[in-house]
Design a protein around this ligand. Structure first.
Ligand SMILES: [Zn+2]
Length: 151
């Protein structure tokens, strides 16, 4: 079986929700790279070319698109070092407030998912930049914001 054929089979089998999630992830990743451009890697602190790296990985659906969960991360940390999770968490608490890493960890264990309409709204918001995205995101998912205060 050729590689292209396998790819097509995979595409045919994808649900609308999976397609929506993939499109939203593309838009969110681009927004994060743009927002964190010129900053140091969230995990190792080195000034490198940045990718959008997840703190709680993208298999944990609830935090997949969380604006605090994705940050500029170098390829070494993102792809080959498992995200350097501890250092990432320490940096998240510094960047977004104490308790952020623990909050994201708890939130990621829930199983709620965005519906396809919400995914579309998030994708559109991501194209307008981080601030607009965070505002829309927390309006759609207020519980993704409130618990931080009590952490
Ligand atoms: Zn790094």
């Amino acid at each position: 079986m050729t590689r292209t054929f396998k790819k097509q089979l995979h595409r045919v089998g994808r649900t609308e929700h999976q397609k929506g999630s993939a499109n939203t992830q593309t838009a969110v990743n681009a927004m994060i790279r743009d927002h964190d451009f010129g900053q140091a890697c969230i995990s190792c602190g080195k000034p490198r070319k940045l990718e959008a790296g997840h703190f709680r990985n993208s298999n944990q659906g609830t935090t997949r698109f969380h604006p605090w969960n994705l940050n500029g991360q170098c390829a070494t940390c993102n792809r080959y070092s498992g995200g350097v999770t501890y250092e990432n968490g320490v940096a998240l608490d510094r960047k977004f407030g104490r308790g952020t890493a623990a909050f994201l960890e708890r939130l990621s264990r829930k199983t709620e998912l965005w519906d396809t309409r919400e995914l579309d709204q998030l994708k559109m918001a991501a194209r307008m930049g981080w601030r607009v995205y965070a505002q829309v995101y927390f309006e759609l998912g207020p519980l993704h914001l409130s618990a931080r205060k009590s952490a």
